[in-house]
Design a protein around this ligand. Structure first.
Ligand code: CS2
Length: 480
């Protein structure tokens, strides 16, 4: 790298574009983009990526001056490794140029649209998994040709492809949602049917929506990460991504058949598991990892811990999460064949404890209303059906309730980020005691169904009271 100073392309131009990615956050840049680059290096193919930011221009503005090249910094317990990622060709900002995004998605060279738009980006009702027709962006997209939502972009771009006589692209969701392929298919078909029933029929037969399980811990990049990297390399990368060494991608092998062997990069050559069905892997990952990440985030935050590594360095929280795995989570589902759940839990604990990864409890606590159903409530339901007690998970729900009330246990305000934040806060403020708050929050049908809410109310109320009066440590010590 010459003097001066900005990271730049070292390996020649990126391959021609074959993928459009919606929702270009740190996770995809540290995960899917890395696998796709490695697969293309190994086996060739035109699999350059056009990234799309659905909201803000920040990532594009940081990446454009460095020709969309960036560093992926792997942070292990014993030091870090750098890899320069050059597979990204361009970044489009949807609100600035929706037409350019649709044109890119409708381009015949594009065979896959990958998505990491986060749980709320699907504009669905988290409890039922169906499209929320009242969502403002969906209401807009039902009539406007230039969409605002991720489902809107998918449907309008697929409509253009059908009109042009092209095959659809494969829709490859990489978000942490249960049965994510079927969920996105249902949402796309629902919206398509309202807009153009022939399009929905066509997608029903020609469309492909493989489910995936994605796993790599990628905390948001902080200004000090950018500075430390520049001090190490001697040049500026304004948008590096920080990630742990571990990664796992399990993908249903079901791509649009019209493209034959060019339907997908050679992901199998770089360690991606291509399978017939991802359900067992998805249950394992969502319940074991995300299903403990959220409890650790709420309880860790309320205990005064800034990161997950700090949280699991606290012996009380470490004992809590281990009990959660053995007593409440592992017995709730069928593990993928050949995977030992005790070993998986041990490995997860070590990943959480990695001091190189500064993953803020506040970051994971975001959007809890969209995360709790698939992370915790399914496990709870399965345990209830088998009469298995869940004191740990119910305490986590109580901690979430305190968190969304907007004030921590020492009376300090919490910066709650959640699409339902205002509503949750109003419900919490409107009640005068723990019992009232728990009842009001359990009444949010977007999250809790009535049967589950009734079944867990007494125990969540008791946990809420214990946390509010005794604090996190005393409450968890009493559990374990
Ligand atoms: C985390 C996930 O932010 C969160 O809610 O639980 O992003 C988690 O780090 C990944 O799913 C790990 O694969």
């Amino acid at each position: 790298m010459g003097a001066g100073l900005r990271v730049s392309r070292q390996r020649g131009p990126a391959p021609k574009a074959g993928i459009v990615h919606l929702g270009l956050g740190a996770f995809f840049r540290a995960f899917g983009a890395v696998y796709i680059e490695e697969a293309t290096e190994k086996s060739g193919g035109d699999w350059g990526i056009i990234g799309v930011s659905l909201q803000s221009p920040t990532t594009r503005d940081l990446l454009a001056p460095q020709d969309f090249v960036y560093t992926a910094q792997e942070l292990g317990p014993d030091g870090s490794r750098l890899r320069q990622i050059e597979i990204l060709r361009d970044v489009l900002v949807a609100p600035e140029s929706p037409e350019a995004v649709l044109a890119a998605m409708a381009d015949p060279a594009i065979r896959i649209v990958t998505l990491t738009v986060t749980e709320k980006g699907y504009c669905h009702d988290p409890a039922s998994g169906t499209l929320n027709m009242e969502h403002p962006a969906i209401r807009h997209d039902l009539t406007g040709d230039l969409p605002q939502s991720a489902p809107g972009y998918l449907v309008r771009a697929l409509q253009r492809r059908k009109a042009a006589g092209l095959p659809p692209f494969t829709v490859l969701t990489c978000d942490n949602l249960p049965d994510n392929g079927r969920l996105v298919k249902g949402i796309v078909l629902e919206l398509a049917r309202r807009i153009d029933p022939d399009l929905a029929d066509w997608l029903e037969t020609e469309g492909r929506f493989p489910a995936t399980m994605v796993d790599r811990i990628v905390p948001a990049t902080k200004p000090e990460d950018v500075e430390a990297l520049a001090a190490r390399t001697g040049y500026l990368d304004a948008a590096p991504v920080m990630h742990e060494p571990f990664r796992q991608w399990v993908v249903e092998d079901d791509f649009v058949p019209a493209y034959g062997k060019d339907a997908c990069p050679d992901l199998g050559a770089v360690g991606v598991e291509l399978v017939d069905n991802v359900t067992a892997h998805e249950h394992m990952k969502l319940r074991m990892l995300n299903g403990t990440h959220s409890p650790l985030a709420y309880l860790g935050y309320l205990a005064g811990h800034e990161t997950i590594a700090e949280t699991v360095a606290d012996p009380v929280l470490a004992a809590y999460v281990k009990r959660l795995w053995t007593d409440e989570i592992i017995p709730s589902f069928t593990a993928p064949p050949g995977v030992n759940m005790a070993a998986y839990a041990d490995a997860l604990f070590n990943r959480y404890a990695n001091p190189g990864i500064r993953h803020r409890t506040w970051q994971i606590a975001m959007d809890g209303s969209q995360k709790l159903p698939q992370r915790i409530l399914g496990t709870l339901r399965d345990n209830l059906a088998q009469d298995r007690a869940c004191p740990g998970l119910l305490t986590a729900i109580a901690a979430w309730m305190i968190y969304v009330g907007g004030t921590d246990l020492d009376g300090r305000p919490i910066d709650v980020r959640d699409p339902l934040a205002d509503r949750l806060r109003t419900l919490s403020d409107g009640a005068s005691d723990a019992q009232g708050r728990v009842a009001a929050l359990l009444g949010v049908r977007d999250i809790f169904d009535a049967g589950l809410a009734d079944a867990i109310r007494p125990e969540v109320t008791a946990a809420y009271e214990r946390l509010a009066t005794g604090g996190v440590h005393r409450t968890l010590e009493a559990l374990t």
